[in-house]
Design a protein around this ligand. Structure first.
Ligand SMILES: [Zn+2]
Length: 332
């Protein structure tokens, strides 16, 4: 698999929370050769299954992205916005954006707002319209917009607006491409609406009723300038095995199992404690009577900015660990 090529396809597909149709079609096309069944649930999560008679393992990577949503169009033609997911106003200022109908623009601000207290409600999208009437022909209230930044390599690290979580969608596809023979009943879920409260994984986990749940997502790092240990993972040090985040404390036996598997197969891995942010692992663990759950994460710098960064060796390590777990002997 040409990683950069597939990643660029995944990142360029439109798919903010609640509007994941385009990205789900792209993933369906990429996943079809590797699985027995593909279905969608009512919310829109894409569920790819490799059938087996053994324990059910659900891997979940969310396919939705953060973005902005139009809340008001003023008489000058500026689009006022709200946040779809965790958007930091300062981090996105003067970022190019696009709406689903390909209307392009950029994020500017109400210049009366103080920069150090900037809120998303102070942001405007300038779509180049001459006035309110012209703008309303292009954008209506409720339309979501996504960052329109590019994907490129800086050394061995990839920079892109939506590594969160398209890089994990790539990890699932990489693992699916080279699955080993196994009795395990494997579900690869590309969930919707994670960024607004892990909603897609909640319904998918209830419907699948898995024995094991593994979220594949990005995780924060402790190696940005001035990092203060709110995250433990380091870029380039391998797959991050989730011990906890704000949505769950992983099943301890599963953490040990994943670390042991990594050691046995020579896959670089590190223990991951993330104090800010949750993942699909939370709703997977808490469904029905409770599920053995944890996560495999890609260390990522500058999460939720239009220029997130991850190391390609870590991406490969995550795919290898996921593949090894998918084929491992598991108890029901
Ligand atoms: Zn994410």
């Amino acid at each position: 698999m040409d990683l950069m090529n597939v990643l660029t396809r995944l990142v360029s597909a439109f798919g903010p929370s609640g509007a994941e149709k385009e990205i789900s079609q792209v993933i369906e096309e990429l996943a079809r050769p590797y699985v027995d069944e593909i279905s969608r649930d009512t919310l829109g999560s894409l569920i790819c299954r490799r059938k087996g008679n053994g324990p059910k393992v659900m891997f979940s990577a969310h396919m939705d992205s953060i973005g902005l949503v139009a809340t008001h169009i003023d008489e000058k033609g500026f689009v006022h916005v709200g946040a779809l997911g965790g958007v930091g106003a300062q981090a996105v200022l003067y970022t190019p954006v696009r709406f689903q109908n390909d209307t392009r623009g950029l994020i500017c601000r109400d210049n009366r707002a103080e920069l150090d207290k900037l809120k998303v409600t102070d942001l405007r999208v300038d779509i180049g319209a001459a006035g309110g009437e012209a703008a309303k022909k292009l954008v209506q209230v409720g339309d979501p917009a996504v960052y329109d930044a590019s994907t490129y390599l800086a050394g061995d690290r990839v920079v892109s607006p939506y590594l969160d979580d398209r890089i994990a969608c790539l990890v699932l596809l990489m693992a699916m491409e080279q699955l080993e023979e196994t009795d395990n009943d494997l579900y690869f879920v590309f969930s919707v609406q994670e960024e607004v409260g892990t909603r897609g994984a909640k319904t998918a986990a209830w419907a699948i009723d898995p024995d094991y749940g593994i979220a594949v997502d990005v995780t924060g790092v402790d190696d940005e300038p001035g990092s203060r240990h709110t995250a433990s993972a380091l870029c380039g040090k391998g797959a991050a095995v989730k011990v906890m985040d704000r949505s769950l404390i992983s099943s301890p036996a599963l953490v040990e199992q994943l670390m042991a598997l990594a050691a046995e197969k020579g896959i670089p891995a590190q223990r991951d404690v993330l104090q800010l942010g949750g993942t699909d692992a939370g709703p997977m663990q808490a469904t029905r009577g409770g599920v053995t759950a944890g996560g495999i994460s890609i260390p990522c710098r500058y999460i939720h900015t239009p220029t997130e960064m991850a190391d390609l060796d870590d991406v490969r390590a995550c795919a290898d660990l996921m593949r090894a777990f998918a084929a491992s002997k598991l108890k029901k």
